[in-house]
Design a protein around this ligand. Structure first.
Ligand code: HSE
Length: 410
């Protein structure tokens, strides 16, 4: 089977190298000979044992190429390449999360019309098998929650703050030095990367396309070491950046991306370093956690090649991955969802604390060493709609330095 790879960056070169090196081994294992006929990139790669081209129409018009792999990222020209490849009767495998999160429903529709595959295991969780388990292995389940730690860079930064007492800026600089964080780290630290990934998982699990623009996103830029210390003072809890999707008590899909305080010992609390973990809650299976390397050249190449092999081995048949497009936002307003909130506020006089107690009723007061007398941290005890919490704290008339949601279900 002849393949073209679009993009020869970190992941694309990992796919090309692996397919070259393991060609014989994979042939024996799968019975299919996977030959990379072209690499398409803007740059030249002298010495690469695969012809490098710069014109997509060569791939499009080559009837020998039956599968296109795209690893370049971004929406344009990836969307055009994906639709043209599928319409040219080629399977399409991508690691491009932005493409799937924004255009997944449209591309799955084209793939269905053309009887071709559009596969994207590598778009979420890098090496971790997560798309296929949800779509295939757990297909008999109805899902009530799919949530996770989906960004390794931010997990690494938070861990440095929690375990080493590093300030956010220092932890970010270390992540950049180690090559985890980009020079412009905003997609990671502001939560957009997590949002794209949870949108893909939610679309798959609940059957309707969820667009990133409909999700409330908060990143970790404003997480302060002081808040990490307060969380630790509460039975060693930790702060994690979570992408959350769940069916609420009214049967509607509720989603959010934000830092959350999680219990030490909970399923997601022990995810360390740049690892990712996805918790899937199904009516038949209960909780399943998928854990592993969420990024990197070879881990991600592994997921891409799994899709390539799937297409090659089942050439002529289709993976029935599909979800509906949705005009209306597929999710509830996050302000209507029940939550518990951690607050760190600045008080001007002791009476402010009485006001807070009068508004919220039971609160859990948190303490830390060397706190200024004006610093007051507490957690609301009762679950209530976030809108209500915001109204109550506004009525207190205090300066809110930080608010972080408390996760109690995962
Ligand atoms: N930048 C992402 C992360 C990897 O740190 O997890 C690619 O999705």
């Amino acid at each position: 089977m002849k393949i073209a790879i679009i993009g020869h960056g970190v992941v694309g070169s990992g796919v090309a190298e692996t397919l070259l090196q393991k060609r014989e081994e994979l042939k024996v294992k799968t019975g299919v000979d996977l030959e990379v006929k072209y690499v398409l990139d803007l740059l030249e790669f002298p010495g690469l044992a695969i012809p490098v081209i710069h014109d997509f129409s060569i791939i499009e018009q080559d009837p020998e190429v039956s599968l296109v792999v795209e690893t370049m990222g971004g929406l344009s020209p990836a969307f055009e390449f994906a639709s043209r490849s599928l319409r040219a009767n080629k399977d399409y495998v991508t690691s491009n999360k932005e493409l799937v999160a924004q255009k997944g429903a449209q591309l799955l529709k084209i793939a269905k019309e053309m009887g071709r595959n559009f596969l994207f295991e590598a778009s979420v969780g890098g090496a971790i098998p997560v798309i296929r388990p949800i779509h295939q292995c757990l297909e008999a389940n109805s899902f009530s929650e799919v949530s996770g730690i989906l960004n390794g860079t931010t997990n690494f930064i938070l861990e440095r703050m929690i375990d080493d007492g590093a300030q956010f800026d220092d932890a970010l600089a270390l992540a950049q030095k180690l090559g985890y964080a980009e020079k412009d780290p905003s997609a990671d630290i502001d939560g957009l990367d997590t949002c794209r990934k949870i949108c893909i998982l939610a679309s798959l699990a609940y059957g309707k396309h969820v667009y990133p623009k409909d999700i409330h996103i908060e990143g970790i830029r404003d997480i302060n070491l002081i808040d990490v210390q307060y969380a630790a003072s509460w039975d060693s809890r930790v702060i994690k950046l979570i992408g959350k999707s769940k069916i609420n008590p009214e049967g509607k899909l509720a989603m959010i991306v934000c830092p959350m305080i999680v219990r030490r010992g909970s399923l997601l609390s022990s995810v360390n370093g740049v690892n990712n973990a996805v918790l899937v809650r199904g009516d038949l299976v209960g909780d399943i956690v998928l854990y592993g390397r969420g990024a990197g050249k070879y881990p991600t190449a592994s997921a891409v090649i799994a899709d390539v092999i799937d297409c090659a081995v089942h050439r002529g048949s289709r993976r029935e991955i599909y979800w509906e497009d949705s005009e209306e936002p597929a999710v509830t307003n996050y302000l209507d969802e029940l939550t518990q909130m951690y607050f760190r506020i600045s008080i001007r006089e002791k009476e402010d604390i009485d006001t807070v107690r009068a508004e919220f009723g039971n609160i859990r007061v948190l303490t830390r060493k060397n706190a200024a007398w004006s610093e007051f941290a507490f957690v609301t005890e009762e679950q209530m709609p976030e809108r209500e919490i915001i109204r109550k704290i506004a009525r207190c008339g205090v300066l809110v330095d930080t608010m972080i949601r408390v996760e109690s279900e995962i």
